[in-house]
Design a protein around this ligand. Structure first.
Ligand code: C2O
Ligand code: CU
Length: 492
C-alpha cells in the first residue's frame, strides 16, 4: 500500500511538473536555458487521483509574490500562488477539494459557472458557513460538463478576489483530442500600492471612474516584463483559455494571427467564430477559449483597452522554432460575438410558455452609503428574490437602464439560454451562458430550467457593484436554507 502510494506520488509529481509548465510557460533565462516554473506552484502531496476521482488540497494563506521585476506585493492565495493551482479534472470524475484556512479572516471557494450541488457553492450565509481561520472544509462535486471555469472566494468577494483568491477549474472532455499546446491565462487588475487594503477608497474611485485606479494589469498574477514568454512552435495547434478574474472588460489583440473562438463560458460553440485582426473582448467572470495555428514567428497578445495600465497586459508568445517576429497589423474593430454566433449544441431551454417570468432592471443611484447598484430600484439585501419551484422553466428579462456602467450578470448553479437581445429574438442554436455582459441600455431575455434545487445568487460580476447592491437570490420554494447556516454572514 505504502509502496503504491509512493509510486503514485512520483507519477503525480511528474504530471504536476508538466501541467504547471504548460500553464505557466517556461521562462528562458539569459543563456536560453529553460527554468521550470517555481516549485511553489505545485505541491506533490496535495493532489491524489485515480481514474474516477481527484483530490486536491488548497491552503488559503497570505504570501508575498513578485508581480514584475522589483515589485512584490502581499496576496491572499490558495496554496501560495496567484492564481491558485489549476484544478484540472476529467469529465466524469468525482472532485474533492479540501480547503484549509490559514488566513486571519474567513474564506470560501465558489466554483464559478459550475453547476455544483447547492451546499458546495461556497456562498457564506447562504450555502455554507464561511470557513473560519484554522478550519477546513471539503468541497465535493462531480465533474459533469466539460470546459473552462474558475474558482474564487465568495467571502467579501470584491475584496478577496482582488487580493488573489482565485484559480482555474478546467474540466477536460472525456475523449478530447488535445491541442498540441495549451495555456490558461487569467486576467486581472491590481494596484501597486497593495491589493484590497485600500478597498473602500478604491471601490469609490472605481465607481466614479470605471475601476480607473488600478495601475497594473496582470496575467496569471504577473504584470509587464514579469509575464514569462509562452512557447509555441510553427504549425502547432495552440489552445488558449482566457478567464477574466478582474473587474474590467479587456480587449485583446492577438498580434495579427487568425484565431477561432470555439468556446464561451466553457460551452463549445457549434460553429467556431473566426477572428483575425479584431480585438477579443473578455468581460469580468467570462471565459473564452481560442484555438490558433502557431505562425512562423513570435508575437504578443496585448490588451488594447484605453487605460494607462493596459500595456502591462502583454503576453509574449515565443516561437522557439523560428527567429522571426510575426508582423503585427493594427486591429480592425472588436469581435463582438453576436449572440447568433454563439450557438452551442445544448438542448434548447426556450419554450412557448414559462412557469415563472421575472424582470431585473439594472441601474445605479444614490443610496444611504453613497452610490448603490440596483436591481429594480433596490439594493441587496432588499432586492426581491426570484422564486421558483423545481422543474420550472424560468424567463428573466435583464434590462439595463444604466447609462454608464456595464453589468456582467452571473447566475450561480445554472446555465441560461439567451433568448433575445434588444427585442430581437435569436435564432439558431441555443446560446448558453453563466455570465452575460449587459451593456448600457441593453435588454436581454434569458431562460433556464430550475433543475438544481437550493438558494443561489444572481449578481453583477463587477464585484464592487455586487458589494454595493447588485445582487439578488434565486430561491427554490421546496428548499430551505439549512438551519446550521448563519444567515447573518451573507456577505457578497
Ligand atoms: Cu464568480 Cu458569485 O461569482
Ligand atoms: Cu455591474
Amino acid at each position: 500500500m505504502v509502496y503504491q502510494r509512493v509510486i503514485w506520488l512520483l507519477i503525480l509529481f511528474l504530471l504536476a511538473g508538466c501541467t504547471s509548465q504548460e500553464s505557466f510557460g517556461t521562462e528562458p533565462d539569459r543563456d536560453g536555458a529553460n527554468k521550470k516554473a517555481s516549485q511553489d506552484t505545485f505541491q506533490p502531496d496535495s493532489v491524489s487521483t485515480d481514474e474516477n476521482s481527484v483530490r486536491f488540497q488548497l491552503v488559503a494563506r497570505e504570501t508575498e509574490l513578485e508581480v514584475r521585476p522589483g515589485k512584490s506585493l502581499s496576496f491572499y492565495t490558495y496554496g501560495g500562488t496567484v492564481p491558485g493551482r489549476e484544478i484540472r479534472v476529467k469529465q466524469g470524475q468525482h472532485v474533492e477539494v479540501e480547503l484549509k484556512n490559514e488566513l486571519d479572516e474567513p474564506v470560501t471557494i465558489h466554483w464559478h459557472g459550475y453547476p455544483v450541488p447547492n451546499e458546495m457553492d461556497g456562498v457564506p450565509g447562504l450555502t455554507q458557513n464561511a470557513v473560519e481561520p484554522g478550519e477546513t472544509f471539503t468541497y465535493t462535486f462531480k465533474a459533469t460538463i466539460p470546459g473552462t471555469y474558475w474558482y474564487h472566494s465568495h467571502q467579501h468577494s470584491a475584496e478577496q478576489v482582488d487580493r488573489g483568491l482565485y484559480g482555474a477549474l478546467i474540466v477536460e472532455e472525456k475523449d478530447e483530442t488535445r491541442a498540441d499546446r495549451e495555456y490558461t491565462f487569467i486576467l486581472d487588475e491590481m494596484n501597486s500600492d497593495g491589493n484590497g487594503s485600500s478597498g473602500g477608497m478604491r471601490r469609490m474611485m472605481g465607481r466614479m471612474m470605471g475601476s480607473g485606479d488600478y495601475d497594473m494589469f496582470t496575467v496569471n498574477g504577473k504584470a509587464g516584463s514579469g509575464i514569462p514568454p509562452h512557447e509555441i512552435k510553427t504549425g502547432e495547434r495552440v489552445r488558449l483559455r482566457f478567464i477574466n478574474a478582474g473587474y474590467i472588460t479587456h480587449y485583446l489583440h492577438l498580434g495579427s494571427i487568425a484565431y477561432d473562438v470555439f468556446a464561451v463560458d466553457g460551452q463549445k460553440l457549434s460553429d467556431p467564430v473566426e477572428g483575425e485582426h479584431q480585438l477579443l473582448p473578455i468581460a469580468p467572470g467570462q471565459r473564452v477559449d481560442v484555438l490558433f495555428e502557431a505562425p512562423d514567428g513570435s508575437f504578443f497578445i496585448r490588451d488594447m483597452l484605453d487605460h494607462p495600465a493596459a500595456d502591462q497586459m502583454r503576453i509574449p508568445m515565443t516561437n522557439v522554432a523560428s527567429k522571426n517576429m510575426h508582423p503585427e497589423v493594427s486591429y480592425q474593430g472588436i469581435l463582438w460575438l453576436s449572440e447568433s454566433e454563439m450557438g452551442t449544441e445544448w438542448k434548447p431551454v426556450a419554450a412557448d410558455s414559462y412557469d415563472q417570468v421575472y424582470t431585473m432592471e439594472l441601474g445605479h443611484g444614490m443610496g444611504m452609503g453613497g452610490m448603490a447598484f440596483l436591481i429594480n430600484g433596490k439594493a441587496f439585501p432588499d432586492t426581491e428574490p426570484l422564486k421558483v419551484r423545481r422543474g420550472d422553466r424560468v424567463k428573466v428579462t435583464l434590462q439595463s437602464s444604466d447609462p454608464m456602467f456595464d453589468h456582467p450578470m452571473h447566475l450561480h448553479g445554472h446555465f441560461f439560454q439567451v433568448l433575445s437581445k434588444n427585442g430581437e429574438e435569436l435564432d439558431g442554436d441555443p446560446v448558453m451562458k453563466d455570465t452575460l455582459l449587459v451593456r448600457p441600455g441593453e435588454t436581454y431575455e434569458v431562460a433556464f430550467v430550475a433543475d438544481n434545487p437550493g438558494d443561489w445568487l444572481f449578481h453583477c460580476h463587477e464585484l464592487t457593484h455586487a458589494a454595493d447592491g447588485m445582487v439578488t437570490t434565486l430561491d427554490y420554494e421546496d428548499h430551505d436554507i439549512p438551519e446550521h447556516i448563519d444567515r447573518s454572514q451573507l456577505a457578497e
